[in-house]
Design a protein around this ligand. Structure first.
Ligand code: OAD
Length: 240
């Protein structure tokens, strides 16, 4: 019950949180991968049409996780999670595992995870750390061809929408870190926060993103500088 006396805090993170760890953002300089628009490799239709291409895209990203480590912003968010006395939720659009590796526990992956696969035959969800091919049999049901990355693709419904909506309805502080704000419904969460009465809505980004008109504060700069500073301020405010 004690938690209810303290303000709720919701974090929404995007690719900018992991950028300084060396994980490429989606809408970087070219916004393309091997000449394909991201939107063209991250859809159920692309997986039906060219499963090898889609597997290759995610195999490369999964393999790349082995050579990156959490940065100072991931670490600071864990300090915030551990020090925040009220309800806390970190919603990430990122499919990497850097938040978990930093120690995050109150974390929801609304766009899925690179290190998980899902079988469209038997619906099992499994941890996965190697390459995935069209010919890879599902370890649960043994069938081939429909084992896919457990990633939410364009046109699919993100995970945990009910939990996310509930957390935002009671939050007093909303912090969005490193997201371009062009992919819905994630981009609409700041609006939901505002409409639910969340008074403090902070954006951390290298530049103001599309939906930043709905934020009450902008912390402009790299996440590894801005997030640790913001976390210290939020924790210090508690003792005032
Ligand atoms: P984007 O690549 O669209 O945007 C990254 C944002 O991070 C931009 O606004 C950059 O300005 C900012 N940024 C980059 N480096 C930063 C740094 N060091 N510090 C702070 N900010 C920085 O990534 P997302 O908004 O996360 O969906 O993309 C949303 C979704 O689009 C992804 O989850 C993915 C993609 O398609 C799925 O896979 C379903």
């Amino acid at each position: 019950m004690a938690g209810l006396l303290h303000p709720g805090l919701v974090i929404l993170s995007g690719a900018g949180l992991s950028a300084e760890s060396g994980v490429p953002t989606f809408r970087g300089v070219h916004g393309l991968w091997e000449g394909h628009r991201i939107e063209d490799v991250a859809t159920p239709e692309a997986f039906q049409r060219q499963p090898d291409l889609v597997h290759r895209f995610y195999n490369l990203r999964r393999a790349a996780l082995k050579s990156v480590v959490p940065n100072a912003a991931h670490d600071a968010l864990v300090r915030l999670e551990q020090g925040w006395p009220g309800p806390f939720l970190h919603i990430t659009q990122n499919v990497d595992d850097l938040n978990e590796r930093a120690g995050a526990k109150k974390l929801l992956h609304m766009h899925g995870q690179l290190r998980q696969v899902r079988c469209l035959w038997c619906r099992c969800v499994l941890e996965w750390n190697t390459d995935l091919e069209v010919s890879t049999p599902c370890p649960e049901c043994g069938r081939t061809g429909r084992l896919r990355p457990d990633i939410v693709w364009f046109g699919e419904m993100p995970y945990y929408i009910d939990e996310i909506t509930r957390a935002l309805q009671t939050a007093s502080v909303f912090v969005c870190i490193g997201s371009s704000g062009v992919v819905y419904p994630a981009a609409g969460l700041v609006r939901l926060a505002a409409e639910s009465g969340c008074a403090r809505r902070i954006e951390v980004n290298l530049e103001p993103a599309d939906v930043s008109g709905r934020f009450t504060e902008l912390r402009q700069g790299p996440a590894t500088r801005e997030v640790p500073q913001l976390v210290e301020e939020l924790l210090a405010d508690l003792s005032r």
